[in-house]
Design a protein around this ligand. Sequence first.
Ligand code: GRG
Length: 295
Amino acid sequence: MDLQFYLRERKILVEQALINQLDACGRWQESRLQQAMHYSLMAGGKRLRPILLLACCEAVGGETVRALPFACALECIHTYSLIHDDLPAMDNDDLRRGQPTCHRQFDEGTAILAGDALLTWAFELAAQSLPGLPGELQLTLLRQLAQAAGQHGMVGGQMLDLLAEGQTLSLAEMQNIHVRKTGALLRISCLIGASLGGGSPQQIKQLTRYGEAFGLAFQITDDILDETGDPALMGKSPGSDRKKAKSTYPVILGLPQAREEARIWVEEAENALKDLSETSQPLRLLARHLLSRTS
Ligand code: GRG
């Protein structure tokens, strides 16, 4: 199977669904808040989290139609995190996804509110995937999404990251930050995809493990890209971690060992799929692709 073709096709599917959802909100062109949400949401991006959710749903034999609104919800939460992460009080970045950051294009207040609105809208979207599922499962999925995004997940990880600025971290401390800050949303994409697809408890466990290993491999390769990447392909300026004296995998381990660490986690992700059928092939290829990613 051709991974690039698969990723392109999936990205189109997700982006069309996002446009449909935005259009369903009414005349977004007339509202500054919705313009800012639209601006950041449709600025590009790999759509990795929704693609993972859909791929995990299909890996257990589920249909993507039910899962698509939840997939959009994950992209909204991810985009909100990028908008807030770029703010002057956080990373103070000018460029995201190859264009001015939300607060540069609009203003700081609008960017904060666009992030807030995307986060809350995500739960409305996620709820669209739930009718027909057992009531207990509906509540579990929403709770899992909130947990991954919140104080014990992404937001908690971001707080630890802020506190760690300028400090030298151990590998374990840095990994703990990444498991929450970046890993929690990638992990939950896989868990929820497998659950929505009707996976067995064992399959859900295996795909969750895949998501955890994928998350770490993704973060390590992200750190490596920040040192070695091409700004034109990345859509942002590289070297930002080093400028902010952040502890990263290449800083702590050196580049060759960081590459080795990425390879180990990719293998871990592949191993998690070994009992799953051919339908998990996109996930296998996607994990391997991390080792050669350019954006
Ligand atoms: C502000 C609550 C809050 C959280 C921010 C995820 C995050 C926490 C900040 C992003 C900072 C960052 C660059 C982290 C490294 C890993 C990462 C999430 C990269 C961006 O994700 P991609 O590569 O982006 O999937 P695209 O643009 O392709 O969607």
